[in-house]
Design a protein around this ligand. Structure first.
Ligand SMILES: [Zn+2]
Length: 464
């Protein structure tokens, strides 16, 4: 379950309501569906039984592949909306590499000698690589969308995995870094990052790791972070009261002294996000990954992206109501590409795209419902559409692809907006059907629009 967003007649956000209440409003005709994903209704008139908008807190846990998003009512501890936004950083990276290869090849083939141009580029301050920029844009898009759908009064963001400032102080002054439970979590996160989540001695990964003293405490070693590393249980036992040098690992001793080099680079996107969120004008609270983990384990919650997001920051309510909430799985798909000529796997041009993206009022990726009343394909089909200039579309339903549906039977349910939506917790294996990004609008040259197999699938099944 997820709470339903409500807008008043002026499209201003009200407090999200229980799905049951939303259903009653819709059946009575007091409200209409405004948006399917995430589900939002708009009221037809003023309704006194909906409480006036109370500010909610939007909480974010930015990750490299997935960002956790949660909207929390601080007063009641109720999580009203949760989502896991999957980024397309790798796709962006691959697309740019492919473009680079095509351009380089063309210049090699078709241009005469050109003087080298490699040192005439400048990168502005705060430049981020496109893959990270896309990640940042995804998060900002969802902040903006959620602000339009529910009354957001404050934002919380996980800014850093661990509090570098605190740790550095501890390293410089040599003070034992043992100031309560929370500090222990910060140290753990720091060490996991520094030692890349494996045993410093045998390199084993994916086993429980213990915090290990390089100069053992029995030999006068301190609890300073520069004296700590991670070891698996067998290595820890085998090392006993030897120092790392005596144990035959002098590199470990040297690496421990060196400060964490790339912490700044790791956190660059998070800082960029923080600056952009601060510019919105709402109060922005920041928390560390150590704090998130501590909050989560205090409340006995499992590790997921959305629960991490709900646990960001010191403002987290002591009791988080998460039981009935099922998060949206939102995957960024982009808005198509600018490639004008599609090639086969040998680089031979096989198709050209059209000048337009819209045909008969539809665009590839729109979710539509088609009620076909005549012909061989009588039935009701719902799914993402692939448009063609001919006006005969393909619809990707849960039962498979249905081809050759006339545009006049189609009704839009949800216009494409750069994301795909699913609800529920993520399956461990990715499902190719649900996560494949919509195919771009292309006119196929010399390729039959529908194969016999897909035609057979369409005529036998596909009815929802
Ligand atoms: Zn080991």
């Amino acid at each position: 379950m997820s709470f339903v967003f409500v807008l008043d007649t002026h499209q201003r956000p009200l407090n999200p309501i229980h799905p049951g209440q939303a259903r009653r409003l819709l059946t009575r005709g007091s409200a209409a569906v405004w948006r399917r994903f995430p589900f939002t209704i708009i009221l037809n008139g003023s309704l006194p039984q909906i409480a006036p908008a109370a500010p909610l807190r939007l909480k974010l846990d930015p990750g490299s592949k997935t960002t956790g998003v949660a909207v929390v009512n601080d007063a009641t501890g109720q999580v009203v909306f949760a989502a896991e936004v999957t980024h397309r950083g790798q796709q962006v990276h691959e697309a740019l590499l492919a473009r680079q290869a095509v351009r380089r090849s063309r210049r090699q083939r078709q241009t005469r000698y050109r003087p080298a141009r490699f040192a005439n580029r400048r990168r502005p301050a705060g430049w981020l690589p496109p893959s990270l920029k896309s990640r940042l844009a995804n998060v900002l898009t969802w902040v903006a969308r959620l602000r339009r759908l529910c009354p957001v009064g404050a934002i919380s963001q996980e800014l850093v995995r661990f509090d570098t400032q605190l740790l550095q102080d501890a390293e410089i002054s040599g003070v034992t870094y043992q100031q309560g439970e929370l500090a222990g979590y910060e140290v753990r996160e720091y060490l996991l990052e520094k030692w890349d989540r494996h045993c410093a001695y045998c390199g084993v990964k994916g086993v429980p790791l213990q915090i290990e003293h390089i100069i053992p405490k029995a030999r006068g070693g301190s609890n300073r972070v520069s004296n700590l590393t991670l070891a698996c249980a067998p290595c820890n036992t085998a090392k006993g009261t030897q120092t790392a040098d005596e144990f035959g690992h002098s590199t470990v001793q040297r690496q421990a002294k060196a400060p964490l080099k790339d912490a700044a680079a790791v956190n660059a996107t998070r800082w960029a996000l923080f600056h952009r969120l601060s510019a919105i004008g709402l109060p922005v609270e920041v928390g560390t990954g150590g704090r998130t983990k501590w909050n989560r384990s205090q409340r006995g919650l499992p590790k997921t992206h959305w629960l991490d997001a709900a646990c960001v920051g010191a403002s987290t309510p002591s009791r988080l109501l998460t039981r009935a909430i099922s998060p949206w799985q939102i995957t960024a798909t982009g808005h198509g590409n600018r490639q004008m000529c599609g090639t086969d796997r040998f680089g031979f041009p096989i198709r050209h795209r059209t000048r337009h993206k819209r045909f008969c009022g539809f665009q590839t990726g729109d979710i539509v419902q088609a009620v076909v009343t005549q012909g061989k394909k009588v039935g009701v089909y719902e799914g993402r559409v692939l448009v063609r200039a001919s006006g005969f579309f393909d619809i990707r339903t849960t039962a498979g692809r249905v081809t050759g549906i006339n545009a006049r039977y189609c009704q839009p349910l949800h216009r494409t907006d750069g994301y795909t939506y699913r609800t529920g917790t993520r399956a461990l294996q990715s499902e190719p059907e649900a996560t494949t990004p919509p195919v771009d609008a292309v006119v196929f040259v010399g390729v039959p629009a529908s194969s016999p197999a897909s035609r057979r699938a369409a005529s036998s099944g596909g009815v929802l």
